[in-house]
Each structure stands twice: as structure tokens, then as C-alpha cells.
Design a protein around this ligand. Structure first.
Ligand code: AHM
Ligand code: MG
Length: 339
């Protein structure tokens, strides 16, 4: 058996890459690692215990929350609050950002934005779900409370981002701006082990992931791009294969490994699509660029969008560089006919 590197060891090793770092980011990542294990344990029990079903409240997006969403939100919040380096958290599950205002956390240098349990409609059918997180250095002065401007920074300012996928195995995939690495949880010892070092999107792929049920409501550029994916051309490996789980982290993770494009574009009734810039698109765009891929809203680099509100939505085109570039070409070509 070769040498196993655990996530804990890896975080410490990587800290040495930043000679002036005092270890705050490392300890923050350790808090996420811990919460991920706790949530994974609960997700694994979902079919067994009476935890399924709706919690009866609607979140700010007007969607019914599932119990596990609330549980995951609490666990990540508590882990981050206890850890002390974070002065505030914005979550897809909360209307407003939460300020951690005890003596300890007032000095915290970082804010975290997260979707604690994405794809939660998949819980009761045993399909993979995930947690997505994004870490920024605060821009407001410390000590003091976190402010809205700490959370409304463009994605280019992220210092780290990642996701946890609760799938056939649990994995934590993250980047601190120095490549992307994936760790698989060994459930027998409860330890994340480095299993996917230096992950890269294949330059091009043959998978396209989009909810084609919305076809008639898509902008013309997306419709034309879908047809392009379906046409035969052995030179460009077309026709591509359609794969859509409806669980963003799972669709993204598969495409990262195999090569592909994921699209959630605007649709007639919702011109900015469904996904949230701050909790879903920015962190995945950061990972994507670190993994040699590209993320766009169809016309513009996701990471350069200046957010104006916490729960902002954006169209999202993400994946292998060549495929996203091609989709952008179609968007540009048919932009006059865009929803
Ligand atoms: P959620 O944050 O409410 O769970 O919604 C996000 C999910 C993504 O995981 C997934 O890619 C998308 O919604 C699927 O939406 P649709 O059912 O419209 O295709
Ligand atoms: Mg979500």
C-alpha cells in the first residue's frame, strides 16, 4: 500500500506554501471538514430515520425546506462559529447573512458563503447531494461586525472554495488557488484521504448536462447549442451524451472527471435561471478555473460579475474550456433572440 495522505495532513502541508499565513485558513478548512463528516453521517441515515420530508418552512427562494437542509445549515454554521476565524456566514438557507459577534469571531478575518445542502429534492430518492462553500477575506475593518460588502465581493476575490459530495462515497474537493484536490472519506476510520490529486477538466468532453424539459423556454443560443451537441461529427466527438442528475454538485463532479459542460441558462419565466451566483456559481467557477476549465453566464466570466445582492441568480455555463467557448459562440450569435 502506498503512502496515504489525509486531508488533515494535506491542509497542514499546504499551509507551508503560504509562509506568512498564520494557519487561520487551515483551521477554517478543518471546521468544514468536520461539519462535512457530521452531515455525511446524517445523510447516510436519511432512509432509515424519520428525518425525511419537509420541515414545513419555505426558504427565501420560496422553496420548501427539507429537514436535512436545516440540519446541514446548522452544523456548518456551528462549526464555523466555534472555530473563531470567521466573522460571518451567508447561506442559501437564510434570508440575510449571519454576523458572528462574540469576542472571538469579531476579529475573524474571513467570511464564508455556502449552500449547505444543494439538490435537496434528491434526498428522498437516494441521489447524490452536496455542500458548496466559498471563502473570502473580509473587507470591513476588524475587529467589528461583518458587513454586507464582505459578502458582495466578485468571485475573483475568493481565497478558497470547494464542495462536498454525499454520493456512493463522500468526497471533499477544494482549492485554495493552487489547483484542485479531491479527498474521499474512508468511512471505516472517518478520515478523508487524498484520492484525486490535481484534478483537471479534460480540455474537451462529450457530455452535456442541461434540463431539456425547459427546451422551448431557452434562449435561441442555448437551443442552437443543444442541436450542435446532438449532431454527428466524429471529428468533434459528436453527438455528445446527455447526462443530467439535477443535483449540481453531482453533475459538476462527473463533468470535472470525464469532461463535459453543465448549463443552467435563463428561461422565459426566469431570465437569470435558477442558480445563485454567490452560493453555487462562484465557488464552482473558482474550482473550474483552478482545474483548467471555464465558467460563464453565456457572455461574461462568472468570477468577474460584481454581485449586487446576496441571493442573486445567474445563468451558468461551466465545464471543459472548449465546450463552454463553443456555447458562448452560440449565445453571441443569437443574442438578439435571447430571453
Ligand atoms: P437547490 O439549491 O434548491 O437544491 O436547487 C439547485 C438544484 C441544483 O442542484 C440542480 O442542478 C438544479 O437545482 C436542478 O434544477 P431543475 O430541477 O430546474 O433542473
Ligand atoms: Mg442550491
Amino acid at each position: 500500500m502506498g503512502k496515504i495522505t489525509t486531508l488533515a495532513e494535506f491542509i497542514v502541508e499546504r499551509q507551508r506554501d503560504f509562509p506568512y499565513a498564520k494557519g487561520e485558513l487551515s483551521s477554517l478548512l478543518s471546521a468544514i471538514r468536520l461539519a462535512a463528516k457530521v452531515v455525511n453521517r446524517e445523510v447516510n441515515k436519511a432512509g432509515l430515520v424519520d428525518i425525511l420530508g419537509s420541515h414545513g418552512e419555505e426558504n427565501v427562494q420560496g422553496e420548501e425546506q427539507q429537514k436535512l437542509d436545516v440540519y446541514a445549515n446548522e452544523k456548518f454554521m456551528n462549526a464555523l462559529r466555534a472555530q473563531g476565524e470567521v466573522c460571518g456566514v451567508a447561506s442559501e438557507e437564510n434570508d440575510d447573512y449571519i454576523v458572528f459577534d462574540d469576542e472571538n469571531t469579531y476579529n475573524g478575518k474571513y467570511v464564508v458563503l455556502m449552500d449547505p445542502l444543494d439538490g435537496s429534492s434528491n434526498i428522498d430518492v437516494n441521489v447524490s447531494i452536496g455542500t458548496i462553500f466559498s471563502i473570502y477575506r473580509r473587507v470591513s475593518p476588524a475587529p467589528g461586525p461583518a458587513t454586507l460588502e464582505d459578502f458582495l465581493q466578485p468571485g475573483t476575490e475568493q481565497v478558497a472554495a470547494g464542495y462536498v459530495i454525499y454520493g456512493s462515497s463522500a468526497m471533499l474537493v477544494y482549492s485554495t488557488g493552487n489547483g484542485v484536490n479531491g479527498f474521499t472519506l474512508d468511512p471505516s476510520i472517518g478520515v478523508f484521504c487524498l484520492s484525486h490529486p490535481d484534478m483537471k477538466f479534460p480540455e474537451t468532453g462529450k457530455i452535456y448536462s442541461i434540463n431539456e424539459g425547459n427546451y422551448v423556454h431557452f434562449p435561441e443560443g442555448v437551443k442552437k447549442y443543444i442541436k450542435y451537441c446532438q449532431e454527428s461529427d466524429p471529428g468533434t466527438r459528436r453527438p455528445y451524451t446527455a447526462r443530467y442528475i439535477g443535483s449540481l454538485v453531482a453533475d459538476f463532479h462527473r463533468n470535472l472527471i470525464k469532461g463535459g459542460i453543465y448549463i443552467y441558462s435563463g428561461i422565459t419565466r426566469s431570465p437569470n435561471g435558477k442558480l445563485r451566483l454567490l452560493y453555487e456559481c462562484n465557488p464552482l467557477a473558482f474550482l473550474t478555473e483552478q482545474a483548467n476549465g471555464f465558467a460563464s453566464n453565456g457572455f461574461q466570466r462568472i468570477l468577474e460579475i460584481k454581485p449586487t445582492e446576496l441571493h442573486q441568480r445567474t445563468p451558468f455555463f461551466v465545464g471543459s474550456k472548449d465546450m463552454v467557448a463553443k456555447a458562448e459562440e452560440f449565445m453571441e450569435m443569437y443574442k438578439e433572440q435571447t430571453v
